[in-house]
Ligand binder design. Structure first.
Ligand SMILES: [Zn+2]
Length: 187
């Protein structure tokens, strides 16, 4: 029996998509069609059999909407799992998510894709089904937002012990240095 039913690369795509928005810094790395193309190229393995035709401003607007849902799921899962489930289910329905069984190089696997031709729908089906599988397998507390005060990036904790609080080691290190300094500073 497999111990996981989610695809780590699709989970990473969800987190990376949410983190193209940096709310604290006010930075957005998904503002142009070129940036969208670069993002999809970087995550092509997880995008599966999604259509790769000419991307338009409409695709960009749709993907930005998908990002809003994916980010809300990552932000709220640990505090309001019921509302998060409704967000995921609504997003999967809108994207016409469809599970498919594939066979390649002697290996069988299932993936969730969309039966539409929209790249945003494929991205929604892939990322939301991956986050749904993390919640179903490991629990909603595994999705979260970095505790770094100047960060607020989202993360999915697929580790064995599930104690992740920071998005990266850099953020964890920065927080421990700040805590050390405040403990040792003269009052
Ligand atoms: Zn962080």
């Amino acid at each position: 029996m497999p111990d996981t039913c989610y695809t780590p690369s699709a989970v990473q795509t969800a987190v990376d998509l949410a983190n193209t928005l940096r709310p604290v810094k006010g930075e957005d790395a998904l503002e142009t069609v070129e940036q969208l193309r670069a993002f999809l190229d970087d995550h092509s393995a997880a995008e599966g059999a999604g259509p790769r035709r000419r991307l338009t401003r409409a695709d960009l607007a749709e993907v930005r909407e998908v990002r809003e849902t994916v980010r809300a799921v990552l932000e709220r899962a640990s505090t309001d799992a019921a509302a998060t489930a409704a967000l995921i289910n609504g997003g999967l329905r809108r994207s016409r998510a469809t599970p498919v069984l594939r066979h390649e190089h002697g290996r069988w696997w299932t993936e969730v894709t969309s039966d539409t031709g929209r790249c945003s729908a494929h991205l929604a089906a892939t990322t939301l089904s991956a986050l749904a599988a993390v919640i179903a397998t490991l629990g909603p507390a595994r999705l979260g937002v970095c505790a770094g005060q100047s960060c607020r990036a989202t993360f999915a904790d697929l580790s064995r012990n599930g104690s992740k609080q920071y998005c990266t080691r850099t953020c964890a290190h920065r927080a421990s240095v700040a805590a050390y300094r405040s403990r040792n500073s003269p009052r």
